[in-house]
Design a protein around this ligand. Structure first.
Ligand code: CCH
Length: 291
């Protein structure tokens, strides 16, 4: 067991959990990023509820939300880290795992601060339905992300996380990776979104997505098709989103800077700190928490 507060020791053990030769594309990194995002993406600025405080996904009410299907895998991968550092809260561990995974997969340093607390029961778990629905379009993205306090540029920067990982038929119903190397953080998602010919495709489960297959590949060399969600493709037909897709496709450094800022902001939603960085009060965690 490490000293309470030794976050570097926790970071090292998260890194040690990333390599998973028999899982997906060989890394737990993408699913850690998704866990961090879904833990935070329930935030509602108006009522100041939801957000990464509380680690509500430990309870059926949030963990069993179909929008969170598959994230139990990420939580299970992190359980040995919690066992070695029992002093860290789950809410800190899940958000830190997202930041560490982005960096380890070649992305930017994401500023991360500790101090989140875990719910003692499920009475403050946010209602279901606050996470985005991939079958929808630009209006829906605005509805969801404006609720958290993000603007159009930030929505596009956040979408760049789809450089990582894949859709799973047994989780969301979508199928396939967005890019050829889904465990390497880059701006490839934006370049492919802009430049490939995305064809609508209805999968055998009735789910509608967009696919691309290299038409020049020989039959025996055909790779798994790449995919885009309807929400991803909606970024192309929106006058305010499209310029940012183009900027991030052209300028990897700009994307990395903006992604680092917006991912850090996401992980902090609902958390207030003093000028030393200590959590002072979180109105949305009034009562019912353990520290
Ligand atoms: Fe996402 N995402 N995401 N996403 N996402 C999925 C997978 C990942 C939407 C839908 C889906 C963000 C925004 C959105 C990741 C990070 C982020 C899947 C497939 C769907 C569906 C899930 C499955 O089947 O396993 C929608 C809609 C939005 C709206 O904007 C944001 C923001 C982030 C992070 C900043 C990552 C990473 C994955 C891959 C997970 C994996 O297991 O490989």
């Amino acid at each position: 067991m490490s000293q309470p507060g030794d976050y570097d020791a926790v970071r090292k053990d998260i890194v040690a959990q990333l390599k998973k030769p028999d899982y997906d594309d060989g890394s737990a990194g993408p699913v850690f990023v998704r866990l961090a995002w879904h833990s935070a993406g329930t935030y509602d600025a108006k009522s100041d509820t939801g957000g990464s405080n509380g680690a509500g996904m430990r309870y059926e009410a949030e963990g069993g939300d179909p929008a969170n299907a598959g994230l139990q895998v990420a939580r299970a991968f992190l359980e040995p880290v919690k066992e070695r550092h029992p002093w860290i809260t789950y809410s800190d561990l899940w958000t830190l795992a997202g930041a560490v995974a982005v960096k380890e997969m070649g992305g930017p340093d994401v500023k991360w601060l500790p101090g989140r607390t875990d719910f003692v029961d499920d009475s403050k778990v946010p209602p279901r339905g606050r996470l985005p629905d991939a079958a929808q379009g630009a209006d829906h993205l605005r509805h969801i992300f404006y609720r958290m306090g993000f603007n159009d540029q930030e929505i596009v920067a956040l979408s760049g996380a789809h450089n990582l990982g894949r859709g799973h038929k047994d989780r969301s119903g979508f199928d396939g990776p967005w890019v050829n190397n889904p465990t390497r953080f880059s701006n490839q998602y934006f370049r492919l979104l802009l430049n490939l010919d995305w064809k609508p495709r209805t999968l055998s489960n009735g789910v509608k997505q967009f696919n691309y297959s290299d038409p020049d590949a020989a039959e025996d060399e055909k790779e798994e098709p790449l995919m885009m969600l309807p929400t991803d493709v909606s970024l192309l037909s929106d006058n305010s989103f499209l310029p940012w897709v183009k900027k991030y496709a052209e300028d990897k450094e700009l994307f990395f800077q903006h992604f680092a800022d917006v991912f850090a902001k996401l992980l902090e939603l609902g958390i207030r700190r003093d000028d030393k960085g200590s959590v002072v009060n979180t109105d949305n965690v009034r009562g019912g928490y353990v520290s």
